[in-house]
Design a protein around this ligand. Sequence first.
Ligand SMILES: N[C@@H](CCC(=O)N[C@@H](CS)C(=O)NCC(=O)O)C(=O)O
Length: 199
Amino acid sequence: MYTVYGDKISGNCYKIKLMLELLGLDYHWQDIDILKKETHSEDFLAMNANAKVPVLKLDDGRYLSESNAILAFLADNTDFLPQNSYQKAKVFEWLFFEQYSHEPYIAVARFIQTYLGLPEERRGEYESKKDGGYRALALMNQQLQQCDFLCGDTCSIADISLYAYTHVADEGGFDLTPYRAITTWFKRIEQLPNYCAMR
Ligand SMILES: N[C@@H](CCC(=O)N[C@@H](CS)C(=O)NCC(=O)O)C(=O)O
């Protein structure tokens, strides 16, 4: 059985929970409180020297970190990750987009607003996240006007990864109202068998 070391406020950790639930896999969830800096304990650093959740522990004792790498591992040989090299690479395009052009804006703005309470000393940083976040949302919206899911007509780990922080983007001050293709896509994901909410 898998063990997930994660914090329930984290979208990166929610990706793993949602994937495991959608696949119907058994797992144990071990809470790690990032606000209490529990990722910096000696025990945690032995699992992931980069001091970040999520971490997945395999039943043979090996560990995996980086949320999108964990998604790719769990989804291997399932309908959530195509076998065809080109189609698989298209899914990875979105995973890399998520880490470089989406999460650093939308997830960080959400953390500053919702979990740090928008302190004055971080307001400039928070405001600087707006343009990049809206650029990412516009690109996703454009893609979702053309197909039901990001890589075609079936849900892949690209959707799981990007759903995690997009569906709570309002908690970072992003107005999703104009992005109709995105909000319709939320409903499509939320209707998948075994879907589970973030909290
Ligand atoms: N690229 C990593 C990012 C992981 C990450 O930023 N984790 C945050 C929570 S969302 C964390 O553990 N922060 C604790 C810290 O940096 O002290 C992934 O996708 O897993």
